[in-house]
Design a protein around this ligand. Structure first.
Ligand code: CP3
Length: 343
């Protein structure tokens, strides 16, 4: 039994005593205890060792007081499970030495047995669930097919994702084959995460905003919808296609329970576009966490007033950055908790 199920109730559209709050990338480099483990173990050792992943997942629950835990892992475990090498270099971000370019490359990708290849994530989820002891819900996650394609084709991060887009626009049949393969393994993987203890799952489409509205509908939205349809009887799904405010109306009609939004759309506009019919999550500018604490508190109040307290999960509009002082992150969380009772 969960002692704090605010997040799940908000996702079900139920009234809550107060607004639930968590932060994307909350288990990470702004926390001094995370940095201690980072100094000892490389990135994928931290991800692949259930005891380490569980310990990191719990840090923001204990230290910042968020209303949900998100499992410490990465979206790039899917390319690894599909057979690609992924390196995480300090200061450089992720890189994939072999990129996807041809039919042969796609044919060689594995889509079977996600639960076997990613057993360490499932073990980390079960262990975390046990250690949480019902304190807060546990969020599982995966990258969205378009965002995973971006890394598989580009081989590293990009500002424009022009190679990934070139691949899609010049070889659309191959792009759709690849997107479908990623979708298939992701669905199995997310179902396995729920079976292992995830109470809800979030799909991160971090680079959806690199596409035009028309191309989002072709290369991203159909696969997001397949995932949410496949998971809807397993757990509530939160879709976070960053930078796609124009899609809110369509996505509000999907089987997802929640939509994550970034700070480029005003809360009232997001409510109008979704007709108050779905739970919204977001959308504090992570850089605003660098403002003086009284400013953070003021901006949080404004944000909640605009969203309203019903069908709402307070969060950032993207991941927290490493330069945020812990007391500023805590001020954000406390300001949400103090906002008052739902009416
Ligand atoms: O939210 C959480 O606290 C759970 C952990 C989590 C990580 N990555 C750990 C991580 C989650 C949910 C992710 C998702 C992820 N990974 C996304 C989608 C969310 C987003 O921010 O858009 C993306 C695009 C990735 C790919 C990735 N992993 C990048 C681009 C990088 C390097 C850039 C960076 O942020 O450092 C990573 C590495 C990574 N994943 C770190 C962490 C804590 C930092 C590296 C380290 O600590 O050694």
């Amino acid at each position: 039994m969960l002692k704090n199920d605010l997040l799940l109730r908000a996702l079900r559209g139920e009234k809550t005593e107060r607004v639930p709050v968590w932060m994307m990338r909350q288990a990470g480099r702004y926390l001094p205890d995370y940095m201690k483990l980072k100094a000892k173990y490389d990135f994928f050792t931290r991800v692949q060792t259930p005891e380490l992943a569980a310990a990191i997942t719990l840090q923001p629950i204990d230290q910042v007081g968020v209303d949900a835990a998100i499992i410490f892992s990465d979206i790039l475990v899917i390319p690894q499970a599909m057979g690609l090498e992924v390196l995480m270099e300090e200061g450089k971000g992720p890189s994939l030495p072999k990129v996807i370019q041809s039919q042969k490359d796609i044919d060689a990708l594995n889509t079977a047995d996600a639960a076997h290849h990613l057993k360490y994530v499932l073990d980390a989820l079960s262990l975390t669930k046990k250690e949480l002891n019902g304190r807060v819900p546990l969020i599982g996650f995966a990258g969205a097919p378009w965002t995973i394609l971006c890394y598989m084709v580009e081989g590293k991060g990009s500002k424009t994702w022009d190679k990934a887009k070139q691949f899609a626009y010049t070889q659309p049949l191959l792009a759709h084959q690849l997107l479908q393969k990623i979708t298939d393994i992701t669905i199995d993987y997310l179902k396995a995460q729920v079976a292992a203890g995830a109470d809800t799952v979030q799909v991160f489409d971090s680079w959806a905003g690199s596409l035009s509205p028309a191309d989002f509908k072709i290369y991203a939205q159909p696969y997001l919808l397949q995932i949410s349809d496949a998971l809807k009887h397993h757990a509530p799904v939160i879709l976070f296609p960053k930078g796609t405010w124009y899609a809110l109306k369509d996505l509000a009609a999907s089987s997802a329970s929640g939509l994550g939004i970034d700070w480029c759309v005003a809360p009232k506009v997001a409510r109008e576009l979704t007709n108050n019919s779905i739970t919204l999550q977001g959308n504090f500018d992570p850089a605003k966490l660098l403002a003086p604490i009284p400013e953070i508190r003021k901006a949080v109040k404004e944000m909640i007033s605009e969203f309203g307290t019903h069908r709402y999960i307070a969060n950032l509009g993207h991941g927290i950055t490493p330069n945020v002082p812990v007391d500023h992150a805590k001020a954000f969380v406390d300001a949400v908790k103090e906002f008052g009772v739902a009416n």
